[in-house]
Design a protein around this ligand. Structure first.
Ligand code: AMP
Length: 391
């Protein structure tokens, strides 16, 4: 008998099934840990053998994620596929979707993996965005930057993350160098936003349309890289509620099934602007592991498998601080000193080379208040990294 059931009504994939994840970074590592805890087998597809997820999965396939046929061949045994970063070839995701469950769908990936398409989607659906212009040739760059105003940020249209592929430009004089540095390809020119805070909402949506947002968290960046996340955030409840409302709208408009994150700028007048959408768990959601009834990674497993979503309820105030390569500047960080701070947990991604700016791990603290959690996680990081110059 052939199954005439639409995809949305498929029975859930039960523990024992094999889940594939495209990408082997720390997000894949934490997905694999959550999935295996729940009794699933996990196969990881990565361009490199020495990746964080390698030690946490049942099978690692070293395969070019740009080669759809190779990915499909390697994925012969998986029952469903998700991804842990968005710079996966949409063609590979589509080839997989022709034979297995892929969540979020290749359509979602296609829309959000390129800034021009992402912005066009947000504008078309009436979501609030940063004033911007799309530029494809040097001749129109200056006029576009004049329109959005200075200072401006120039971002490559594709494959940017953690501030990679973007340059802040103070005035017209800086445009040419920025254009060249970014590869002289299509870019999005954005107005520089004097926000009062950055926040994000990680949420899950099920096959049946059920929507489960985690509380909006407060993010602080250093050099365009996330540095510190705190939750509950110190802004009025209405701001978090509005962020969750916009996030629900984005998920519905994308028909997104899975876990994703919407990042926002909060302006002085209380307005929120969508900065970007990440179609996967997010660095700002790591504290859900220690602080919420169900983590963002368990939600990813549940949404992928068509299981009921877990409760995103936060059980304790929490803070997360990233550990970048700089922390290793004085040798191995002092973990015993960091872990002596009450309420602090350590996650290391197992990366061998601690290059500056590289995310090597993170610390999380839970405490009675957000302020206490923030103080604890920063104290722990200061202790861990105290031998490193300038951290
Ligand atoms: P992105 O990779 O676009 O998320 O940018 C990384 C970080 O750079 C953001 O979280 C902000 O801290 C900063 N940033 C990016 N775009 C802007 C902007 N238009 N105005 C001000 N800050 C920005």
């Amino acid at each position: 008998m052939t199954s005439a059931l639409p995809a949305r009504r498929r029975p859930p994939l039960l523990p024992g099934a094999c889940l594939g994840v495209l990408g082997g970074g720390q997000l894949g590592m934490m997905f694999a840990t959550a999935a295996r805890r729940m009794g699933y087998r996990v196969e990881v597809f990565s361009d490199v053998a020495d990746c964080p997820a390698a030690r946490h999965c049942d099978r690692l396939h070293v395969v070019s994620l740009d080669d759809p046929q190779a990915v499909v061949r390697a994925a012969a045994d998986v029952d469903a596929v998700t991804f842990e970063f968005e710079n996966v070839s949409a063609a590979a995701a589509e080839a997989l979707a022709a034979r297995t469950r892929v969540r979020p769908s290749p359509n979602v990936l296609h829309t959000v993996q390129e800034r021009r398409r992402e912005k066009a989607f947000l504008v078309a659906h009436g979501f609030p965005v940063v004033p911007h212009a799309v530029v494809t040739d040097a001749a129109t760059l200056a006029a576009a930057a004049d329109r959005v105003g200075f200072p401006a940020v120039i971002k490559t249209a594709a494959f940017g993350y953690d501030g990679k592929g973007q340059r802040r430009v103070a005035d017209r004089a800086g445009l040419e160098a920025a254009w060249r540095d970014l590869g002289a390809g299509p870019v999005v020119v954005e107005a520089w936003v004097e926000f009062v805070a950055e926040l994000s909402v990680v949420a899950a949506r099920g096959d049946d349309g059920a929507f489960a947002p985690f509380p909006a968290v407060h993010n602080r960046h250093r050099d365009h890289i996330l540095d510190l996340t705190t939750s509950p955030a110190a802004f009025p409840e209405a701001v978090g509620a509005e962020a969750a409302r916009i996030t629900a709208g984005v998920f519905t408009a994308l028909d997104l099934v899975g876990v994703a994150c919407v990042e926002f700028f909060l302006l002085g007048d209380g307005r929120l602007l969508v900065n970007e959408i990440a179609p996967r768990p997010h660095n700002s959601g790591h504290l859900t592991i220690e602080a919420c009834a169900c983590s963002q990674f368990e939600q990813q497993v549940r949404a992928l498998c068509g299981l009921p979503l877990g409760a995103p309820r936060q059980l304790a105030p929490a803070a997360m601080a990233n550990l970048l390569g700089e922390c290793w500047g004085g040798g191995e960080p002092d973990w015993p000193a960091a872990l002596a701070v009450p309420g602090v947990s350590l996650t290391l991604y197992g990366k061998a080379a601690p290059r500056p700016g590289r995310k090597m791990g993170h610390l999380t603290a839970v405490a009675a208040t957000t302020t206490a959690a923030e103080e604890a996680v920063l104290a722990a990081r200061a202790r861990a990294c105290r031998a490193a110059p300038g951290t």
